[in-house]
Design a protein around this ligand. Sequence first.
Ligand code: 13P
Length: 246
Amino acid sequence: MRKPLIAGNWKMHGSTASAIELADTLGSCRHLFEGADMVVFPPAVYIQHVAEQLVKNNIAVGGQTVSEHAKGAYTGEISAGMLKDLGCSYVLVGHSERRALYVETSQSVAEKFKAAQENKLTPILCVGESLLERQQDKTFAVINSQIAAVIDLVGLEAVCNGVVAYEPVWAIGTGQVASPEQAQEVHATIRKQLGEGGSTTRLLYGGSVKSSNAAALFSQPDIDGGLVGGASLEAEEFLKIAQLTL
Ligand code: 13P
């Protein structure tokens, strides 16, 4: 049985005060979603404040990205060891915004995945196709190659020990959520690619998840939770979504 996982990607939003307030509310409502794991991804500068509030309530904290390097002259970068040091236990790798806006290649995403695991962080590998790729019937080929790049570097077993989030680019921040059937079809294909070991790997769906559409998504057999952007910034809405994973 896979334990549901609900993840909140705060992206570049908030302030010290709002991050602490949100963390406080989530922490005090932990009893509402006891059967699920939760992780939030605040902007790096707020990780420590948020971790102080949440880790004691058994809610995990993670980084939105990580350097593939352990240390050195990489201005602006944060290593996996540093995230661990701040109290993180997860990290997002290969979010489509990182791939598209910061030109992260599948090779560098694979190296970030490796750096995370070497530092005992659980990587959430984000994959997904653009609208054009879906229209051109390339969805499965794109996702397959994004995952294969990581398998090539770290091996299948290591990928199975992480988490994979399917986030169709066309569904992110657009309000245009994938249908439960569309999402399930991709999740089933990902699980197949992971082989036997993938039967215990948690696969998340992300892209315009809200409390109004989450139940239908989470009831699909291969969807084990969600990676939520905008709706994770509102405590009440995010808590509702968390409860729908159960
Ligand atoms: P939205 O939920 O705002 O569409 O964002 C999804 C996402 O990118 C989570 O990583």
